[in-house]
Design a protein around this ligand. Structure first.
Ligand code: ADP
Ligand code: ZN
Ligand code: MG
Length: 496
């Protein structure tokens, strides 16, 4: 990554005088089979200018017909971000000229959007949550693409690919409630998680399925009015958005400190340099000459339709995290890791239900399996250790029939030989010492060698028992029956 450019050497005292204010506009492509207003396929890529028809090209006389599935996905997304879906919303023409939009306008929604008044909670810096308001979610269509490089004559020509024209989008506009670059990052992470859970978009940022513009301003702390905002457009990763916002905050403070004024404008982020550049002065809404789209009736989402749509609303990441903690006794961190991806969480829960201890399954999944998969460059469904295999391993641990050291060894073999856990276990059947006398002899040895820890135990620090279990396990080369060992250690220590 390029070096992060800092605007100046602004002192912490100067920075502390200002309050940054951030609002995000996120465009999300919907996962419909066809485009928003025609039957053309809605698919990334393809030979240039092959997924188009008179409707999405806006040829004279062509009439748009709204894609029902796009509305359904937009309603799902709206509800998942706590917006109220309006019974009636209105499509509008947003007029502007751009080479990748042959119509000369974009079908969007303006004063009557599909949904309004939502929020997403993000973790607050000092604990707890901060609620970031969502002003609106409206439906619109995407434009085509200008291709500025990749051709022999790219130095002198720009090419146009109109395949993307008419792709259904929702735009999600936040309130200016975000206060730091990190908070913006959290908001986006949660929003993306929700959109993936609801299946409304693949949110693939490389392919442009999710795009974000960041509006940034600064004001003196305690000021009554927000400062003038600049808009950083089209940054293609959340990490870069965070960097762009950090840069932009410092740049604006520098401008104000130098006695200047922040200009209302659109800016581009250069990730190699870590800075933003002025692109163009920003249009105001009236420049677009919005008017109601004459070729589309207003959109009605009545209670019955909404109810039918919302039958597909899954449990969302945040409540699921809470439930996993309560139901399975997972830590907050483990629950967060497991629920970050819906399929992963589903896989975990399916396995956890069949296991003797769900917590063991979580520990093995996150502690043993994922690391090995990452090292081997495999996804979960390519894992040599299947989920039933993982459950068997967890059960053996739970029953004390296997020590964790032995389990690690078996997992190593499973990955080396690409075999499932059950097969490896049946063949290797690791030795286990379940002879009470033999274990007691080892415990005596360890107790004799560690008088200080024995005293601690007697003094009430019962947790040192784990130390003795560990030492004996080592002495037994990982072969002592863990359940028996635990029991005997406590017994011996209490009698010592
Ligand atoms: P515009 O008409 O310029 O598009 P909007 O009022 O529609 O402005 O807001 C666009 C986005 O900018 C929203 O996400 C909003 O929260 C955010 N925003 C509005 N004013 C400010 C401000 N002063 N500083 C930072 N963000 C702002
Ligand atoms: Zn078309
Ligand atoms: Mg706006």
């Amino acid at each position: 990554m390029g070096q992060m450019a800092t605007a100046t050497l602004l002192s912490p005292e100067v920075l502390a005088k200002y309050q940054p204010v951030i609002g995000l506009e996120v465009h999300v492509q919907l996962l419909t089979r066809t485009k928003a207003f025609c039957g053309c396929i809605n698919q990334y890529g393809g030979d240039p200018n092959t997924h188009c028809c008179p409707v999405c090209l806006g040829l004279p006389g062509a009439l748009p017909v709204l894609n029902r599935h796009a509305v359904e996905l937009a309603v799902l997304a709206s509800t998942a971000i706590n917006c109220t879906v309006n019974e009636e919303s209105v499509f509008a023409r947003k007029n502007y000229f751009y080479p990748d939009s042959p119509k000369g306008y974009q079908i969007s929604q303006f004063d009557k959007p599909l949904a309004e008044g939502g929020y997403i909670d993000v973790p607050a810096e000092g604990g707890g949550v901060r609620r970031i308001g969502i002003t609106r979610l409206h439906m619109e269509e995407d434009a085509g693409k200008s291709i500025h490089d990749g051709f022999a004559d790219s130095a002198t020509r720009t090419y146009i690919d109109l395949n993307r024209c008419g792709t259904p989008l929702v735009e999600i506009v936040s309130e200016p409630d975000i206060r730091t670059a990190d908070e913006a990052y959290e908001y986006l992470t949660r929003l993306k998680e929700i959109l993936l859970y609801t299946g409304v978009s693949d949110c693939n940022m490389e392919e442009g399925s999710l795009r974000c513009d960041a509006n940034v301003s600064v004001m003196l702390k305690g000021a009554a009015e927000y400062g003038t905002k600049a808009e950083v457009k089209n940054v293609n990763s959340f990490r870069f958005i965070r960097e762009a916002i950090k840069y932009e905050i410092e740049r604006q403070i520098e401008v104000v400190e130098g006695g200047g004024r922040v200009v209302q404008e659109s800016r581009l982020y250069n990730s190699a340099e870590g800075r933003t550049y002025s692109m163009r002065s920003k249009e105001a809404a009236h420049d677009y000459r919005y008017f109601p789209e004459p070729d589309l009736p207003s959109l009605h989402v009545d209670a019955a339709w909404k109810k039918a749509i919302l039958r597909d609303l899954p449990e969302l990441p945040e409540p699921r995290r809470k439930r996993l903690q309560e139901q399975y006794g997972l830590t907050e961190q483990d629950a967060a890791t497991i629920t970050a991806d819906r399929t992963f969480a589903d896989t975990f829960e399916a396995a956890a239900k069949t296991a003797k201890s769900a917590k063991r399954v979580a520990n093995l999944l996150l502690g043993e399996l994922i690391g090995r998969l990452n090292t081997a460059g495999l996804s979960l469904d390519q894992s040599p250790v299947s989920m039933p295999g993982l459950v068997k391993a967890a059960d053996l641990l739970e029953e004390g029939k296997l020590s964790s050291k032995q389990l690690k060894g078996l997992f190593d073999i499973a990955f080396e030989k690409s075999e499932d856990f059950a097969a490896v276990y049946e063949r290797e059947k690791p030795q286990q010492i379940s002879d009470t006398g033999a274990i007691e002899t080892m415990i005596d040895e360890v107790i004799a060698a560690n008088p200080k820890q024995v005293e601690q135990f007697k003094g009430g620090k019962t947790t040192v028992a784990a130390f003795f279990v560990g030492q004996v396990m080592k002495l037994s080369k990982g072969q002592a029956n863990p359940a028996l060992l635990n029991e005997l250690v406590v017994k011996k220590l209490s009698a010592a």
